[in-house]
Write a protein that binds this ligand. Structure first.
Ligand code: AKG
Length: 266
């Protein structure tokens, strides 16, 4: 992986299939898309999103609050499966309602993604064809120094399914709706570990120890309103939110399926 990123501006540049290919092939380490949403849109969304009644604790990552349900947890705990799929039709309208009277930053992110594959976007589903929710909302608290340990996201590690095994690439698309006064950097590492090696080092946890990965190859402190696309098959992490405030993201995994469609899910 080259330790450099590409920078686009959503107000004049288009994200293309060449960009996502360069990311999947390791020719670039991250794609930053400035001005994916306006600061006004983001601030409006935060007004409702920061209300603790609207989020719940993530079961695996301490001090991380979420709105929505990650497949990762539904795959571990079958009881969460139905709640997970129930979110599919409601996630995008819910973010739209929370952003009203401005446009939804999540719709902006999906719009940007729509030009980034040779065959466009399709609703994500596994071979059972149940539509998966397209995104999730994550809230990191600076007062609690919320962090996400170095980890890898690969759908085929979470579920034994032909669609998951057939993915040609898996990306993470995060739109940064708020940032704390310090910390909260996105860290990307060149390590590529197979599943057995990852679990040998991570043990029962979801992530690797910080001292195992050392210094990141790329460290980005995102701007509010920026979207960043990364290859989640490479080790990546979120450094502790610090200072005051919150780090708030609208996040999707994006698979490049065997037919060349992009499919966003959470
Ligand atoms: O919020 C970020 O910057 C990255 C979050 C993350 O770990 C992911 O999208 O897999």
């Amino acid at each position: 992986m080259k330790n450099q990123d590409i920078e686009l501006d959503a107000r004049r540049d288009k994200l293309t299939a060449e960009h996502t290919e360069a990311l999947a092939n390791g020719h670039v380490g991250a794609i930053r898309i400035k001005h994916a949403a306006s600061k006004t849109q983001c601030a409006k969304l935060c007004e409702t999103a920061l209300d603790p009644a609207n989020t719940h604790a993530h079961a695996a990552v301490p001090n991380l609050r979420i709105l929505g349900q990650p497949f990762y947890l539904a795959a571990i705990d079958g009881k969460l499966r139905d709640t997970y799929y129930d979110f599919a039709p409601v996630f995008a309208p819910m973010i739209r309602a929370m952003s009203d009277p401005y446009g939804s930053p999540f719709d902006s992110a999906v719009g940007i993604l729509s030009t980034a594959g040779k065959r466009g976007i399709r609703p994500a589903s596994l071979s059972d064809e149940r539509v998966m929710p397209p995104g999730i909302f994550r809230l990191y608290d600076a007062a609690a120094c919320t962090e996400v340990l170095p980890h890898i996201d690969r759908l085929e590690w979470e579920v034994d399914d032909s669609v998951a095994h057939g993915l040609r690439a898996q990306f993470g698309l995060n739109l940064y709706v708020d940032m704390p006064t310090a910390g909260g950097e996105l860290a990307i590492y060149r390590h590529r570990l197979d599943k057995a090696e990852f679990h040998r080092i991570a043990g029962d946890g979801y992530g690797l120890p910080w001292d195992f990965v050392g210094e990141p190859d790329i460290k980005i402190r995102p701007d509010v309103g920026e979207a960043i696309l990364i290859d989640t098959r490479r080790v990546h992490a979120v450094m502790a939110a610090r200072g005051t405030g919150h780090r708030v993201t609208l996040s999707s995994f994006v698979g490049l399926d065997a037919d060349g469609h992009l499919m966003p899910w959470a």
